[in-house]
Write a protein that binds this ligand. Structure first.
Ligand SMILES: Cc1cc2nc3c(=O)[nH]c(=O)nc-3n(C[C@H](O)[C@H](O)[C@H](O)COP(=O)(O)OP(=O)(O)OC[C@H]3O[C@@H](n4cnc5c(N)ncnc54)[C@H](O)[C@@H]3O)c2cc1C
Ligand SMILES: Cc1cc2nc3c(=O)[nH]c(=O)nc-3n(C[C@H](O)[C@H](O)[C@H](O)COP(=O)(O)O)c2cc1C
Length: 573
């Protein structure tokens, strides 16, 4: 038996001062019911925190590393011994192949094994994090907790668990549906409804904010109408617009839209009207100010390249330039702050008038409000710098001013960066404080993103890579969250939702070339929806048949394969 507990439990139970015999005695008492009269045997049992070991080089001269000395994998995925044995076999093969040329043999061994070892170590790391944050998961309902254990390392998903044991996944889905009041029908998690204040979403798939850099003088055009309109007819529950500036100098590029004039407000209204008239989707606007990252060319010219003509002066929390090419921003004084608060409040009024169902405040990715929050961009010594409480003061002032003036029936979200992916950046404690404070200020949901605060960031990108941050906020602060980042298919979306790692799942790049992502997913899941525009209804039957045929083929392939190939295909899927 392996006993895991939090440092607090360990300390409170006085385990720090107990020897092996006393520990065994105490655990035997705690787990008396589970032991059912059996004795707890010990074998060099001691308390430890799992050490994750990695090595840049696996050999030097005539010394070579194997097993745990080379790389450990947290025991919760049960792979350490297997890794050690497979590496030993590869080393043996290499020595047989290269004979006395030890250097070549060792190099070959490392080439054969490093990739595989690092993949397993990554999965083990994700699993370790799940176990070490058990408190977050223990609050979940029973089946959700069990599903979380099964899918913790991200490799196993709802769909491939269903192939192994459908009765289990059915229970998970039924429990999820019951928890949200769906007692009669079992709907795939992604297609369940979700409400915030007076806004009701028909499903949980969100179009993530994505700059189009196609506006002129801050005005959205026919491009935006077709772009947003197509994703709404394509069935996303909520469209979130690209970052929309609250003032002319709050734009990032000359192609960014704004909502600081009446003309801009009316141009946006054309889009919201179209969506409300023709679809059941809702549309929220992301309001922001570029801060020190403004006055640059559009990304098609290059990232963060300052404008040579028609640029403007930058403002930020502190006079620190984003990169060597960009200008040093002015440190904002109280007058600047008052101006920016008024601009955000004005934009909130315009957003309501333009017919938006929701506002998302941009307080992430290193833009103006985020520059106050991160210690890497805020070096102030006044009441707006230093502690996280101080760093939050200005962003919260902006949020509060908007919340006071914005339609009470409409929700407000805030998008935060939950990590700077850089040394001395935002900490986990900061993230909790940020989320708590916005929750208290009236945020209905937090869109949990990461990074883009500083140029020298080192993000760890992979499948569903930002979801653990959403998990942290949702299950520690108890506020609904949106997650995004490399989420590729309906199975991953369902798995995230059923795990309770987020309430809404946002897709960015997957929607760029496929406005009908949601329609494909609905057909794949055989989910009958009532929001396909009348003009398209004749397409439903053949489309559903096609998606179902694809799904059957995929499942048959998985079932028919031999165990080893089956495993490879499952991993790749
Ligand atoms: C609690 C727990 C559960 C696990 N569960 C699983 C599982 O279910 N499945 C799985 O595959 N893996 C599991 N593992 C991982 C697995 O045990 C290890 O990956 C594996 O034992 C590594 O083998 P190794 O030979 O590299 O190291 P070890 O098995 O640690 O062997 C190293 C040996 O070297 C000895 N030693 C150390 N220093 C010296 C010295 N100076 N002189 C002489 N001898 C020395 C040690 O006493 C030890 O006997 C688990 C690990 C732990 C801790
Ligand atoms: C072209 C493009 C523009 C983006 N613009 C914004 C933006 O204006 N505001 C924002 O919050 N995020 C923006 N993002 C980030 C996305 O909202 C999303 O978080 C990110 O792309 C990760 O999701 P994905 O892997 O599904 O694309 C942008 C992403 C892309 C690809």
């Amino acid at each position: 038996m392996i006993f895991e507990c939090t440092p607090e439990t360990w300390e409170n139970a006085g385990f720090e001062d107990t020897n092996e015999a006393d520990t065994i005695q105490k655990l035997s008492e705690i787990f008396i019911e589970e032991l059912d009269g059996h004795e707890l045997l010990s074998n060099k049992s001691h308390w430890r925190q799992f050490p994750t070991i990695t090595n840049k080089n696996w050999h030097k001269d005539n010394i070579v590393l194997l097993g745990d000395a080379k790389a450990t994998a947290h025991y919760s995925i049960g792979s350490g011994t297997k890794l050690a044995m497979e590496c030993a076999i590869a080393l043996s093969d290499s020595i047989v192949k290269f004979g006395t040329n030890i250097e070549k043999a060792f190099t070959n061994y490392e080439q054969l094994r490093r990739n595989r070892v690092e993949m397993i170590q990554h999965a083990a790391g994700v699993s370790l994090e799940w176990f070490e944050n058990m408190d977050r998961h223990m609050q979940h309902d029973f089946m959700q907790f069990a599903f979380g254990v099964m899918t913790r390392a991200k490799k196993v998903t709802f769909e491939n668990l269903a192939l192994r044991d459908k009765s289990f996944t059915e229970k998970v889905l039924t429990e999820f549906n019951c928890s949200i009041g769906n007692f009669k029908v079992t709907v795939p998690a992604a297609f369940t409804a979700f409400s915030l204040r007076g806004m009701q979403l028909k499903n949980r798939i969100v179009m993530s904010p994505m700059g189009q850099y196609s506006a002129e003088n801050g005005l959205v055009s026919d491009w935006h109408l077709v772009h947003y309109g197509a994703r709404a007819t394509g069935g996303v529950g909520l469209v979130l617009t690209e970052m929309t500036a609250v003032s002319q100098s709050g734009r990032i590029t000359l192609g960014c839209p704004g909502i600081y004039t009446e003309e801009q407000t009316l141009a946006w209204k054309k889009i919201t009207d179209y969506i409300h008239r023709n679809t059941k989707s809702k549309i929220g606007i992301q309001l922001g100010h570029s801060g020190r990252k403004g006055s640059v060319n559009v990304p098609s010219v290059g990232n963060n390249i300052p404008l040579e003509e028609n640029g403007w002066n930058l403002i930020s929390a502190s006079p620190i330039a984003f990169n060597k090419q960009m200008a040093v921003p002015k440190e904002m004084d109280i007058d600047d702050m008052n101006t920016v608060v008024a601009e955000f409040a004005n934009a909130a009024i315009n957003a309501d008038a333009a017919g938006f169902d929701m506002i998302e405040l941009q307080a992430h990715h290193g833009f103006l409000l985020a520059s106050f929050i991160s210690p890497l961009t805020n070096a102030r010594t006044d009441e707006f710098g230093g502690s996280i409480e101080n760093r939050l003061k200005f962003p919260i002032r902006v949020f509060t001013a908007m919340r006071e003036i914005f339609n009470l029936y409409k929700p407000m979200s805030v998008r935060i960066s939950a990590s700077d992916w850089a040394k001395n950046g935002i900490s986990e404690a900061d993230v909790l404080a940020i989320s708590e404070t916005f929750k208290r200020a009236g945020a209905d949901i937090i869109n949990v993103s990461t990074g883009n605060t500083v140029e020298n960031q080192e993000p760890q990108i992979g499948r569903m890579w930002q979801t653990p941050f959403s998990d942290l906020v949702r299950n520690s602060v108890h506020i609904p969250t949106i997650t995004a980042g490399f989420i590729q298919d309906i199975d991953q979306i369902n798995t995230i939702l059923l795990n309770g790692r987020a309430d809404l799942v946002a897709l960015g790049k997957p929607l760029l070339l496929d406005p009908n992502f949601v329609r494909h997913a609905q057909a794949y899941e055989l989910f009958k929806t009532d929001d396909i525009p009348n003009q398209y209804v004749q397409g439903i039957a053949p489309f559903y048949q096609m998606q179902q045929a694809d799904r059957r083929e995929k499942e048959n392939m998985k079932r028919a394969l031999k165990p080893e190939t089956h495993k490879k295909v499952m991993n790749n899927l």
